[in-house]
Design a protein around this ligand. Structure first.
Ligand SMILES: *[C@@H]1O[C@H](CO)[C@@H](O)[C@H](O)[C@H]1NC(C)=O
Ligand SMILES: *[C@@H]1O[C@H](CO)[C@@H](O)[C@H](O)[C@H]1NC(C)=O
Length: 444
């Protein structure tokens, strides 16, 4: 075994503690490009913001889908016809240019990739971007297409690309597996319904991603297992979440680590209302941030969700460790909420090294209900049966013993992006958590 391969194997076994196997494409982009390159300019594409490059992208994909690289060179490309790229094997898309939405179809996905294996979507210069011009919908109070959706994609990566101002969700991975997503920046308008990354499936590593919007930052939905989500920067967002959860929830072995969140609705929200099934064996470590409304929030009665049939989703074996920083007003919005369903009291909820103080006032509240475990206001279980109990509020009036102060990121956003004006395309940043470099170097 070559030393570099040995190191790569060692590295992947280290990072994969929470994953269930190898992630990423099976063959390199160099190997794919050596097989065949399908430059969209050779398939009818024109580097013009006003030309519809949808048919050219679809033709280039068809020509390279069984092995090769679809190449979108540096330049501006209009996209009026949204594309569904299906059935690829050993195929990559190198987006060095910028795609601009010109089509006005108010639904679907600008780019939809499905039933594909050994796939890589990236920018070799880290300058590739997709501009959704969502503001043209949002200014009128409506939503349009999503930017990017992957469905049943296996052994893949998406990296070094900016997704900007989606008319709806930015990036959804539905029933995908063995994926890696990294070195990405997502900038959306300041309202709900413009999710950053939503994922369900198995064995996916998301790292080094920055999201600005006012809804999901990086959120896991059901069913999901073996996901590692780390070095996430929610730079004025809704915050990250698991949910919304309803009937037959099946989520386990999810790890969030090194999540920096500022001016968001929460640092982490696990949300359900009624429903059934469970969320278990998950860890939430090294969260840092400031100026968020909620912080650690398990809400089994989430009021924004219609009550689903069932006794409630069961949460168990969830641990939260090393949370630092401040919340906006801990006396009105408790930085610890563990509100579990009475029909399914949660257990082994362990909260330790939780150092969150308040920016306004001089106390913080912890609110718990039907919750067993340790730390915060959860009850220590004395029996093997977990019975329901009513909500209790604990008031904390002194600054946590250890330092609660969090390092802030340089130039944290101080306002959300407007809904009525175009959002500029940002560059992919070179840090996503205070003091940490990206786990993989940026390509550009
Ligand atoms: C995905 O990659 C794994 C590990 O390299 C491999 O065993 C598996 O066959 C691949 N799956 C597909 C559908 O190509
Ligand atoms: C957060 O967003 C602001 C506004 O775009 C930007 O200036 C800043 O660089 C971002 N922070 C980081 C660390 O990328």
């Amino acid at each position: 075994m070559k030393l570099s391969i040995l190191f790569a194997a060692l590295l992947s076994s280290l990072v994969s503690a929470q994953l269930s196997g190898t992630v990423g494409p099976s063959t390199t982009t160099a190997h794919k490009a050596a097989t065949k390159v399908c430059n969209i300019l050779s398939y009818g594409g024109v580097a013009s913001k006003t030309t519809d490059n949808g048919p050219a992208i679809a033709s280039a994909w068809a020509a390279c889908a069984s092995g090769g690289e679809v190449y979108i060179p540096a330049g501006d490309y209009g996209l009026s016809t949204f594309v569904t790229l299906t059935g690829g094997t050993a195929v990559s898309i190198n987006l060095d240019g910028v795609i601009y939405r010109t089509g006005s179809t108010a639904s679907g996905n600008m780019i939809f990739i499905e039933h594909t294996t050994d796939f890589e979507f990236y920018s070799s210069t880290s300058a590739g971007a997709i501009q959704g011009y969502g503001y043209t919908f949002h200014a009128a109070g409506t939503y349009g297409p999503r930017i990017l959706r992957l469905y049943e994609v296996v052994n893949f990566s998406v990296h070094d690309i900016a997704l900007v101002d989606s008319p709806a969700f930015h990036f959804t991975m539905d029933t995908c597996s063995n994926g890696e997503v990294y070195n990405m920046i997502i900038r959306g308008g300041n309202e709900g319904g413009l999710d950053g990354i939503d994922i369900w499936g198995t064995n996916i590593w998301v790292h080094d991603v920055e999201v600005t919007n006012k809804d999901e930052c990086v959120t896991v939905k059901s069913p999901a297992s073996y996901m590692l989500i780390e070095s996430i920067y929610c730079n004025w967002s809704g915050g990250s979440a698991i949910g919304s959860l309803g009937a037959d929830t099946d989520i386990h072995h999810i790890t969030y680590n090194h999540v920096y969140t500022q001016n968001s609705n929460q640092m982490m929200l696990i949300k359900s209302n009624g429903g059934s099934g469970s969320v278990y064996s998950c860890q939430f470590n090294n969260f840092m941030g400031h100026s968020n409304a909620y912080t650690l929030d398990i809400d089994g009665y989430w009021s924004s969700e219609t009550t689903a049939a069932g006794n409630g989703v069961l949460f168990h074996d969830l641990s939260f460790s090393h949370w630092h920083g401040t919340c906006a007003n801990g006396g009105t919005r408790a930085p610890i909420q563990a509100l579990c369903p009475s029909g399914a009291p949660c257990y082994n909820i362990d909260i330790e090294a939780f150092y969150i103080w308040t920016e306004a006032g001089s106390e913080v509240l912890y609110k718990c209900e039907n919750a067993y475990g340790a730390g915060g206001c959860v009850k220590t279980a004395t029996a093997s049966s977990y019975t329901a109990w009513a909500i209790t509020t604990k008031t904390v009036t002194s600054v946590p013993v250890a330092s609660y102060s969090a390092t802030t990121m340089a130039a944290d956003l101080t306002a959300g992006f407007a809904l009525t004006a175009s959002i500029a395309i940002p560059t992919v940043p070179s840090s996503f958590y205070p003091g940490l470099a990206p786990l993989s170097a940026k390509l550009g």
